[in-house]
Design a protein around this ligand. Structure first.
Ligand code: SF4
Ligand code: SF4
Length: 118
């Protein structure tokens, strides 16, 4: 929760400075949230935390997120949550997958979908 509040209140109003914060538009989650992979670290953490609900959303090849019953991949991450002012946040922020924590990676030059440096 602290991370979310920090993000919400860290939006720069100075256009001359490079944008270095997240706008919580959710576009990266919408674009990539249906193509994620759970790491060994994720699975171990979710077991430790008793997150059977998250473990049930992994298929046998560790792709996430899948329907817990059918194990069919979902097209959209089920944890994208809309909040006021057209913003979106992660409903599992405190224990979201490593792949989401690491985004944007060095391969993306640490810039998100909208070019913001993180
Ligand atoms: S696309 Fe960029 S600004 Fe939008 S939520 Fe993702 S990281 Fe934040
Ligand atoms: S798990 Fe959270 S951070 Fe990852 S795609 Fe879904 S909403 Fe976004």
């Amino acid at each position: 929760m602290f991370e979310i509040l920090k993000q919400l209140f860290s939006i720069s109003s100075n256009d001359e400075k490079p944008q270095t914060c997240c706008l919580c538009c959710g576009d990266c989650c919408e674009a990539f949230g249906g193509h994620l992979h759970a790491s060994e670290n994720d699975k171990e953490r979710w077991r430790r935390e008793g997150r059977e609900d998250l473990l049930a959303r992994i298929n046998r090849l560790d792709w996430i997120w899948v329907d817990p019953e059918t194990k069919q991949p979902l097209e959209r991450c089920p944890f994208i949550t809309s909040i006021p002012e057209n913003r979106k946040i992660c409903a599992i922020q405190d224990t979201k997958p490593d792949i989401c924590r690491d985004y944007p990676t060095l391969a993306h030059e640490k810039r998100c979908l909208h070019g913001f440096f993180m």
